[in-house]
Design a protein around this ligand. Sequence first.
Ligand code: ZN
Length: 248
Amino acid sequence: MSSSIRVTVWNEFQHEKVHQAVIDVYPNGIHTVIADGLKKHGFENVRTATLDEPEHGLTEEVLAQTDVLTWWGHMAHGKVDDKIVERVHARVLEGMGLIVLHSGHHSKIFKKLMGTSCSLRWREAGENERIWVIEPSHPIADNLGPYIDIPEVEMYGEHFDIPAPDTLVFISWFKGGEVFRSGCCYNRGRGKVFYFRPGHETHPIYYQAEVQQVIANAARWAAPSKGFAFAYGGGKAINAKVPLEKLD
Ligand code: ZN
């Protein structure tokens, strides 16, 4: 089933060109490690796209052939062209899945989809994180244990300024005392959106097996569903002007 899902892994790919500490961890870019993790889980149609490519690699054609888009950004959110954000937004409403990772919480596309600031509290102290599965029946929790331990992370703490998730799959605890909503599911239009917290650029988090498992699970969950595609409005296309039952 995974093999038929077409995934585009988007990464701004900026830190990995200029910061040695990041190059040491992700010499070929965060996107290549995320893409490799998906391939390990049976995804055969995985492509990558980055900020510096024409149209950020997200042309109409690429998006039309994308079932699920993953998004990693941090230092260059402001450089993402509003036209491309509009294009991605429209595709989500049409049914494309979107997985927003870590510092992608402040991306234009996530803020637009959420309608809030998506701000949070953070600390870089290399502390450990325990991510608890709180919705074990959810497909994004498939093949996980009761929790995921990540040895060294950047802390993200509540309050996280997001709308209440439709389903909350994970809650994180940090050694410093904070908690955080780490796995948040939303429906937007026909599209499914998942926010997943782990993944700071100086920690090798996207190599971790459980993290790769979650991203693969999320890509399967977020793939477009086959429900009826309603046409909106009152025109002939949906016959809303013709009631199904006789009205007196
Ligand atoms: Zn970070």
